[in-house]
Design a protein around this ligand. Structure first.
Ligand code: GLY
Length: 575
């Protein structure tokens, strides 16, 4: 077992943990007495717990959860998509961000989704092979396992391989999301074979098998990334995409690399937030919002004033998202400026306590609503390693296209580029040059896996939800900072503002009638939606007593699962 020796260095471990105390506390943290996994599907949570129980660390468990979610929650993520993985590596007290985001193929062009009149062709941008970026998930799994895991991939992938071969249970969520994409899936014979047996949407509770998925995972286990990105499998994938009208080449697959990037760090109310850098917009937006809020005693404000202020901060952060955010390998994103307290002070000066600022008065990029997918899981192990991963194929069931014999759908992440400046994507998000399509570029994302550390507690948090991810994570973080539990933070009703459209949208129950009237009196437009958003998954570790908690969004009751498990005996011996 590689890295096993590191378990035997409790001195090193305790040294590492002391730095978590962002609030200046110096007491030695008590290591987690249990492990915790929260994910959007119980089969995936169980896969993670199984790997932890046999002596895997949080990173091995993350491989198991990611690969299992790709199988059992194909509407949200998979081998044909990408991921952002945020790790806290306890033995050297390091936070690592693994960017396994999809990349545009080399033949991609800026205007590839515009018709002869210059209008976006939405069908091409989201349905079928032309909508797919080069997947990053398989490379991300191999990187995670080989650099940070302790177990071989053949072991950490075993639960997903077993489920694919023996059968997994189709959930109510699989079923309802498939309803939205059935017609498009039916266009791809291989996708229809996977998910529309007999041409119909399976009923929740149906046992589904996917031996092709198992074989693809076995290739990864045996050959590492080469098993997917080079050789016969890559040939099959690229030619299958091209034959159906796509533009992938074998070289696109062979050239794919994950990137490790430095996370963004923000201090707020004595907490340290560790979060995602570009090509996610989430970390920069959270930094802007929290830096703006730090100039106010907002916890003591009335709810209406607090929501007004948070909305004004959201508005400004999403405006900047539309102008400045994109792939940092292609566009110089002014991260230091946007995340600086001085910049936030300037934004704060433009906020009126009594009036909403109409978004049209904040120059930005020109608007829209959504039906979103993506998924998140959070893990803490008994050594204090943490994982927060958000992974995606973009819209439900990705581009609804599969290459025969691979076992997975491809993504439609190309729609996360700005297909045309100022024209909204599927999430109503607008963008400009920073996020224009270019060969080899990563599309801007909103995925925001994050860690919150301080006041003797550590949390890993994240959610799906397209453009709303950032504001959901924000509200979850504020609840945790206010002392809320992991479960309370996942269940909290949500509100959101994203600059354009210039509207506060709210889940039922998020705002009282008095609060809505108060916000309207300040000039806000408020819409209350009957549907719910997001699927937040949080784990927390109380460093004062070693207890852990896992919270799974109650909006998908009976599908997601937050669970704690015992520390494996061999780990306990060395504690
Ligand atoms: N595809 C959703 C996101 O990356 O933000």
């Amino acid at each position: 077992m590689k890295q096993f020796g590191r378990w035997l260095l409790p001195g090193l471990l305790s040294l590492a943990f002391s730095v978590f105390a962002a609030d200046g506390g110096s007491a030695q943290p008590v290591l987690p007495k249990r492990v915790a996994v929260a994910s959007a599907n119980s089969q995936a949570t169980d896969a993670g717990l199984e790997i932890l129980a046999v002596g895997g660390n949080a990173f091995d468990a993350a491989v198991a959860v990611s690969a299992t979610l790709g199988l059992v929650e194909p509407e949200s993520s998979g081998l044909g998509g990408g991921a952002f993985m945020l790790l806290h590596v306890a033995h050297d007290n390091r936070d690592v961000f693994i960017d396994a985001r999809e990349k545009a193929p080399a033949a991609a062009t800026r205007d590839m989704y515009l018709d002869a009149q210059g209008n976006p062709n939405r069908d091409l941008a989201v349905n079928g092979p032309l909508a797919a970026g080069i997947p990053g998930m398989p490379a991300g799994l191999v990187h995670l396992a080989s650099k940070y895991g302790r177990l071989p991939l053949s072991r950490s992938l075993a639960p997903a391989i077993r489920l694919a071969n023996e059968g997994w249970i189709f959930s109510s969520k699989n079923e309802s999301m498939l309803g939205f994409r059935k017609d498009v899936l039916a266009r791809s014979p291989a996708a229809a074979k996977l998910f529309l047996p007999g041409g119909e949407v399976p009923k929740a509770g149906t046992r589904m098998r996917n031996p092709d998925y198992a074989r693809t995972l076995q290739l990864l286990a045996k050959q590492g990334a080469d098993g997917f990105y080079r050789g016969a499998f890559a040939r099959k994938l690229a030619s299958g995409v091209r034959k159906a009208g796509g533009i992938w080449s074998e070289a696109d697959l062979a050239d794919y690399q994950v990137v490790e990037r430095e996370p963004i760090r923000i201090t707020h109310r004595g907490f340290q937030l560790v979060t995602v850098p570009p090509p996610s917009s989430g970390g920069v937006a959270l930094a802007e919002i929290l830096n703006i809020l730090s100039g106010y005693e907002y916890p003591a404000m009335s709810r209406t004033d607090r929501i007004h202020l948070i909305t004004e901060a959201m508005r400004r952060a999403y405006r900047d998202r539309s102008i400045y955010l994109g792939d940092p390998d292609f566009f110089k994103v002014p991260v230091d400026l946007l995340t600086s307290p001085d910049y936030a002070a300037g934004l704060r000066a433009s906020i009126s306590p009594t009036h909403a600022t109409p978004s049209v008065l904040l120059p930005g990029v020109g608007e829209g609503s959504e039906r979103v997918e993506t998924t998140h899981y959070s893990i803490v192990d008994s050594e204090g390693n943490l994982v927060a991963t958000t992974q995606t194929v973009n819209l439900p069931y990705g581009n609804a296209f599969a290459v025969a014999g691979t076992g997975f759908l491809l993504n439609n992440e190309m729609d996360d580029f700005s297909v045309k400046p100022g024209v909204p994507n599927a999430f109503g998000l607008v963008g400009d040059d920073a996020n224009a399509i270019a060969p080899g570029k990563r599309p801007l994302s909103s995925m925001t896996p994050s860690f919150l550390m301080g006041h003797n507690k550590v949390s890993a948090i994240g959610t799906p939800g397209g453009s709303r991810i950032i504001t959901m994570v924000l509200l979850g973080l504020l609840e945790l900072m206010d002392g809320g539990s992991a479960q309370a933070a996942t269940d909290l009703p949500r509100y959101h503002h994203q600059y354009l459209p210039d509207v506060i949208s709210a889940e039922t129950g998020a705002l009282s009638a008095v609060e809505i009237q108060g916000l309207q009196a300040k000039g806000h437009v408020v819409t209350v939606e009957s549907r719910t958003w997001g699927n937040m998954q949080i784990v927390t570790w109380d460093q004062g007593n070693g207890s852990v908690e896992a919270g799974s969004d109650g909006r998908w009751q009976g599908v997601g699962k937050a669970a704690t498990g015992d520390v494996p005996a061999e780990a306990a011996i060395f504690r």
